[in-house]
Design a protein around this ligand. Structure first.
Ligand code: NAD
Length: 341
């Protein structure tokens, strides 16, 4: 595992993972490959650049030649790079298919050629679709209901097919919703926090009854590292164990932490299609030793504090609203899912 290629390492989760894996003594080199889309920021890596083990490559996972060169030099790949925002997938599904599906396949082709020893494909619980009750094990059928989740499900299947067909040692991780510092302010927690800190209103869709499992980003990264080290090739691992919460209760928590009240919340109509609830069983990874350790309330307070102390990091980003994107008619009144991921 001595040379690790991390795609999407300038994004939210990837940058946390890079800082974590750089601390591992058995890791000799970490290379980040990131296209620095609107969602990627080299500043997210910050102190990671103090490590001589880190190399940053500005490039696209769709660039087969570049990918081939980089994969040839590394023993392991942890693949985070993706278009990750559900709302954007309503407006621009093509970009999701290109990066999430074709980009993944480009990496897999290179991994097959160069006999990469470990390939962790980072995915999401959204591939299971909504669960009215119970929780999804890794065997649960994939029933994604938005283009983002469908593109991730497709990439999971392609990745696993490369294990079956060519023996590429792929593991897939599927985590629930992450929160923590450095997340782009288009996602619900930073969106609400940054608005409330500026004394602005936030919008809650419908009755706010949609349940998400909120997992601290460091817990997800711990799970991903465990899968990188101990996951069985060809296997999928759910990474859950965060705190289940409706969007209404989450809003209440954020109001409390930011010192605001319900007057700051505008209720807007629910969307046509909506994943009411996600829930995962993560006992398979727990059997390898995974256990989330972050307390939700403390984690949320610490995350809010980070946004309070670092307006220079998010203020410029909050000026690139989704509203600037073309609005297809079918998507304009769709889904509460919006900010949830
Ligand atoms: P993010 O949007 O913050 O970061 C994505 C990164 O990928 C960015 O740095 C971006 O520049 C880079 N990127 C995008 N397209 C690229 C391309 N074609 N070539 C190279 N780099 C490219 O996303 P995130 O929230 O950190 O999510 C990381 C991964 O985890 C994604 O695969 C996502 O599907 C998955 N995931 C996220 C969550 C969550 O709650 N955020 C939950 C489960 C799974």
């Amino acid at each position: 595992m001595d040379r690790v290629l991390v795609t999407g390492g300038a994004g939210f989760i990837g940058s946390h993972f890079v800082k974590r894996i750089l601390r591992a003594e058995d890791v000799a080199a970490v290379t980040v490959l990131d296209a620095l889309t609107y969602a990627g920021h080299i500043e997210n890596l910050g102190t990671a650049f103090l490590s001589e083990k880190l190399t940053f490559v500005h490039g696209n996972i769709l660039d087969a030649e570049l990918v081939d060169d980089l994969v040839a030099e590394h023993t392991a790949i942890v693949h985070f790079a993706a278009e990750s925002h559900v709302d954007r997938s309503f407006f621009a599904a093509g970009a999701f298919l290109k990066t999430n599906v074709h980009g993944t396949q480009t990496l897999l082709d290179a991994a097959m050629r160069h006999r990469t020893r470990r390939f962790v494909h980072v995915s999401t619980d959204e591939v299971y679709g909504p669960l009215p009750e119970g929780s999804a094990t890794e065997e649960y059928p994939l029933r994604p209901s938005v283009p983002y989740a469908a593109s991730k499900a497709a990439s999971d299947l392609i990745a696993l097919s490369y294990f079956q067909t060519y023996g590429v040692p792929v593991c897939v991780t599927r985590s629930s919703n992450n929160y923590g510092p450095y997340q782009h302010p288009e996602k619900i927690i930073p969106l609400f926090v940054t608005r409330l800190l500026q004394g602005e209103k936030v919008t809650l869709h419908g009755r706010g009854q949609h349940v998400r499992n909120w997992l601290h980003v460091e817990d997800n990264c711990a799970g991903i590292e465990l899968v990188l080290r101990r996951g069985a090739p060809g296997e999928t691992y759910n990474i859950g164990g965060g705190t289940d919460m409706t969007s209404r209760d989450l809003t209440g928590e954020l109001l409390r932490i930011c010192g605001a009240d319900w007057d700051s919340v505008t209720n807007i109509p629910d969307r046509l299609s909506n994943d009411l609830r996600y829930a995962m069983d993560y006992s398979k990874l727990a059997a390898l030793g995974y256990q989330p350790t972050h307390d939700f309330q403390a984690g949320l307070a610490e995350t809010t504090d980070w946004y309070r102390r670092n307006p220079d990091r998010w203020a410029p980003l909050s000026r690139t609203p989704l509203a600037a994107m073309p609005t297809p008619r079918a998507a304009s009144s769709h889904r509460e899912h919006q900010h949830a991921h």
